[in-house]
Design a protein around this ligand. Structure first.
Ligand code: ADP
Length: 151
């Protein structure tokens, strides 16, 4: 069973994440979307909201599961018996950042990181831009799956 973890904050889930996950489904038997919990970080959406957005977006996809975790991603991979970490790459900034993390994870474990290049039309989307649009009352609905809605 080829199982991958897709870790992130997902504050909130965007069409960029959605694209990487749906393309990842063709490569892996199972993808666990792992919402990282960091007590020092301030989030716009609660853990429950973030989980709910993702669970609803993938409710028709049995290969996608949603979990939350604290601590090192490689420890969570071991716990879940996952040999792969899936990450998306948008730009050179992502590459430099991800390279250091992937090398560190390789130093700490045997877990292999697999990168998918963002689809061309999605490369500008990030959770932080979505939060900015929301904060300023803009129309965010074209940037996120339709399960991400603010009541
Ligand atoms: P983090 O909390 O690590 O910043 P994010 O929730 O922002 O996590 O993103 C998780 C993963 O999704 C990362 O690998 C990131 O590169 C990828 N990602 C985010 N937005 C996009 C996008 N528009 N296209 C492709 N990958 C993306």
């Amino acid at each position: 069973m080829k199982r991958a973890i897709f870790p992130g904050s997902f504050d909130p889930l965007t069409l960029g994440h959605y694209d990487i996950i749906t393309r990842g489904i063709t490569l892996f038997d199972e993808i666990i979307i792992a919402i990282g919990v960091n007590a020092d970080k301030k989030y716009m959406f609660s853990l429950e909201q973030r989980t709910d957005f993702i669970t609803k977006a993938f409710k028709e996809e049995p290969k996608v599961l949603v979990h939350t975790y604290e601590g090192l991603t490689v420890d969570f991979c071991r716990k879940m018996n996952a040999s792969f970490i899936l990450r998306g790459l948008r730009n050179p900034g992502d590459f430099e950042f991800e390279k250091a993390i992937a090398h560190t994870n390789r130093k700490l474990s045997e877990i292999e990181t697999v990168f998918l290049l963002t689809s061309s039309g999605k490369s500008y989307i990030s959770s932080s831009i979505v939060r900015d649009v929301i904060r300023n009352g803009g129309d965010y609905t074209g940037l996120v799956p339709d399960t991400v809605r603010i009541p």
